[in-house]
Design a protein around this ligand. Structure first.
Ligand code: DGY
Length: 320
């Protein structure tokens, strides 16, 4: 009986998601919405059957090993799952699920927002209009055009491809690198590069869409920034640690990189303060999936996964 199952929801998810969870399960909510520390998570997990967590929760091996035996599933309210030690969960027989698919379009929208905001100097424009704008001039805040520029997409999964669809509509030429080359139907005319370094060499704009892994951590470092063409624009909607912040900040300050549009940060919510002094850094607070429709869909997908687990079925988005 699903109604007898007890779930811990670790952050304040949208009302529609809470209402559905309450209709099905005995739920414990986090009304303060402060991320739990390890001890609090372990304490609150006592007697629960599952945890619906988010990317702000540390579900590392040390936490997973201390979870009570009653926990049989962890459903993360995210597509990213680098905050969960999958191997530790597998060893304990805990099912882990995520929410792919439902945030593709919203995240690609924000990638385009960042491309536009960075290349058209939106941060400086917003600061100027809030300050002492003295009127239009022929040379005021001249940015970079997107039309005919090459957009290099690193990681041509669902979100990378949705970004390509939007960028094509703005007249950009799409290039990409992916672990495996896509079929011609999925490529839709995009040019494949066999290595990330070859992609960097042609990326007038570079948009990062790869998951965070030991291979991609600090991928965009000083050496790789040097491969980019002159005046590049760097966009990141994947995970902050894919970029070596000190290297990108130095490049933004020197002008080696014309502008950056960033929605995710290493160590967020604390971002490297160097970005705040770079007027050519257009920054957003991890808003990629932040639409009402998308956040509801993420919650419903997490609940679909739990419903399947407790009905003895294979959850649609099982990671382990
Ligand atoms: C995810 O689901 O991993 C996203 O980063 C949330 O916006």
């Amino acid at each position: 009986m699903l109604g007898q199952k007890k779930i811990l929801i670790t952050r304040n998810v949208p009302d529609a998601v809470i209402n559905r969870a309450r209709a099905t399960y005995q739920t414990t909510l986090n009304n303060d919405d402060e991320p739990y520390g390890a001890d609090q998570m372990i304490e609150l997990a006592q007697g629960k059957d599952a945890i619906l967590c988010t990317l702000t929760n540390d579900m590392s091996r040390t936490v997973i090993e201390r979870l009570p035996n009653s926990i049989c599933a962890i459903a993360t309210f995210s597509v990213g799952y680098e905050h969960i030690d999958l191997e530790a969960a597998r060893e304990r027989g805990i099912i882990v699920t995520n929410t792919p698919g439902v945030l593709t379009e919203a995240t690609a929208d924000v990638a385009l927002l960042l491309i536009l905001g960075a290349s058209r100097r939106a941060r400086e424009g917003a600061e100027m209009i809030a300050g002492d704008w003295s009127g239009w001039t022929p040379t005021q805040l001249m940015g970079l055009s997107m039309q005919t520029k090459r957009l290099g997409i690193l990681g041509m999964g669902d979100i990378g491809r949705a970004c390509a669809v939007r960028a094509r509509a703005f007249g950009m030429e799409i290039h990409y690198h992916n672990r495996t080359r896509l079929s011609p139907e999925l490529e839709e005319g995009a040019t494949y590069h066999g290595s990330a370094e070859e992609l960097l060499k042609v990326s007038d704009f570079l948009s990062l869409h790869c998951p965070l892994s030991p291979d991609t951590k600090y991928f965009l470092n000083e050496e790789r920034i040097a491969l980019l063409p002159p005046n590049p624009v760097v966009i990141n909607t994947s995970r902050g640690p894919v970029i070596d912040d000190e290297a990108l900040i130095a490049a933004l300050k020197s002008g080696r990189v014309a502008a950056a549009g960033l929605d995710v940060f290493d160590g967020e919510p604390k971002l490297n303060p160097g970005y705040l002094n770079c007027k050519n850094a257009f920054l957003l607070p991890h808003l990629g999936s932040a639409t009402i429709e998308t956040r509801n869909a993420m919650g419903f997908t997490a609940l679909d996964n739990l419903d399947a687990v407790f009905s003895g079925e294979e959850p649609p988005n099982k990671l382990v």
